[in-house]
Design a protein around this ligand. Structure first.
Ligand SMILES: Cc1cc2nc3c(=O)[nH]c(=O)nc-3n(C[C@H](O)[C@H](O)[C@H](O)COP(=O)(O)OP(=O)(O)OC[C@H]3O[C@@H](n4cnc5c(N)ncnc54)[C@H](O)[C@@H]3O)c2cc1C
Length: 402
């Protein structure tokens, strides 16, 4: 797209969502100022799965080659019982996903995805990146929105723009001012995340596929990242973490995780014990979005976890942030026409996005109940997976073009 750079978009947050938004908005012809409170861009040392719905958009932004250099493209997703180790079902990925959905299923280190987006953003001279700037507040006015932030030296600054995008994550400041709906809710679920170089693992533990191990009140997901050279493992169990929930990242105690996994099969226990280091997260979420006003009001839009934090049981939180960014770009492409009302464009963006985001949030919650099922529900789940396999595991409503 080659549109006049006229409108000014202000973005709070330089995570995957904020950078995707910066890229989509600058491609749509907007000037972008992005504010990130940390002094350097950084991402958590963990992996992320990206369905074909997300990869299709990244390819559309010209990132196919860059993603191919850093991602892994698993041939299949296998579901196994965490207790017996038996295979419950398989979803073919690889060429099958490309044939079905026009893009691959990828698994990638978050820092690599973040790096690909950052490099793409930096190629756009219309984007200014402001690090070490913590956004405090904003004011909506008739013809603009004004943003205040504090820089690394503690000085207050401000800037006006046509629209403001809150991509400031789970504990979003922008959301609090816009919606005032309180803090996210603790789920009572904990996520242990680990990464290991595959060459250091015994051969029987190395893997180039996605494996989801389902057990009572727990599940574990493993997949390759960094071109397949590293293995990412996420174990989710029921439990509480001591300390304030805002402190997302804690050094985890491998012994605690081992206790949670007592009673699981030997292969899974071997894998967990082979991991050199675990990081621990308490999982928080919000109920699914109820209307478009939770996605945008006036000149302010919310995007990614700021708008719809979700449980990671559908592996689509970052995916929905990328989809939000894409739709925002489509809306702002129309803003090059100076007669277009920005609030109407953002309202249209919100109408386009909120129901899909709500559906994905709800499905992620339901997956949690199914993955962690006990008793008869667990029996029914395993039987259904064995009989229906791919028909249960494939999700055309999610992966196909919307
Ligand atoms: C265990 C786990 C596994 C997951 N697996 C997957 C997966 O496989 N696939 C998937 O798609 N998703 C997955 N997710 C979800 C995904 O990680 C998130 O949905 C996604 O990272 C959200 O990105 P974001 O940019 O919206 O928010 P964030 O990544 O939280 O970024 C917000 C940014 O805003 C900045 N910020 C905050 N406040 C301010 C302020 N006041 N001023 C300036 N800057 C500010 C922060 O420093 C940060 O850089 C997983 C999540 C978890 C916990």
């Amino acid at each position: 797209m080659n549109l006049p750079t006229s409108r000014q978009t202000l973005i709070v947050g330089g995570g995957i969502g904020g950078l995707a938004a910066a890229l989509a908005c600058s491609r749509a012809g907007s000037r972008v100022a992005l504010f990130e409170r940390t002094p350097v861009f950084a991402e958590v040392g963990a992996g992320v799965q990206l369905g074909p719905n997300v990869m299709r958009l990244l390819h559309g932004w010209g990132l196919q080659a860059a993603m191919a250099r850093v991602a892994a493209f698993p041939e299949r997703l296998q579901v196994r019982s965490a207790v017996s180790g038996t295979e419950l079902g398989v979803l073919r990925l690889g060429d099958t996903a490309v044939a079905r959905y026009g893009a691959p299923y990828a698994t990638v280190h978050r820092a690599d995805l973040h790096g690909v987006l950052l490099a793409a953003v930096q190629e756009h001279p219309s984007v200014q990146l402001h690090l070490n700037q913590a956004v405090q507040s904003f004011q909506q006015q008739a013809d603009q929105v004004r943003l205040q932030w504090v820089n690394g030296q503690g000085a207050l600054s401000d800037m006006s723009g046509d629209v403001l995008v809150g991509a400031d994550g789970l504990w979003s400041q922008v959301r609090q001012q816009l919606l005032g709906d309180g803090a996210p809710v603790a789920t009572g679920h904990l996520a242990y995340r680990g990464l290991v170089q595959q060459s250091t693992l015994p051969v029987h533990l190395r893997s180039q596929q996605v494996t989801a191990w389902l057990g009572p009140r727990l599940h574990v997901v493993q997949y390759p990242v960094r071109g397949g050279e590293w293995l990412n493992v996420v174990a989710i169990v029921h439990g509480q973490m001591n300390g304030p929930a805002e402190n997302w990242d804690h050094s985890a105690n491998a012994a605690d995780l081992a206790a949670h996994l007592a009673g699981t099969c030997a292969t899974l226990q071997d894998l967990v014990q082979a991991m050199p280091d675990w990081r621990l997260w308490a999982l928080n979420f919000r109920a699914p979005m109820r209307n478009a006003l939770e996605q945008a009001r006036g000149r302010v839009a919310l995007l990614g976890d700021a708008a719809h934090p979700m449980l990671p049981y559908l592996a689509q939180g970052a995916g929905m942030a990328v989809e939000d960014a894409h739709e925002l770009g489509l809306a702002l492409a129309q803003a090059a026409d100076q007669r277009r009302d920005m609030t109407a464009l953002l309202a249209r963006f919100a109408v386009k996005r909120w129901q899909r985001n709500a559906r994905v949030q709800a499905r992620a919650m339901r997956n949690g109940q199914i993955f962690h099922a006990t008793g008869w529900l667990r029996w029914g789940r395993d039987a259904s997976l064995k009989i229906l396999g791919e028909r249960l595991l494939d999700m055309p409503w999610l992966y196909a073009k919307v």
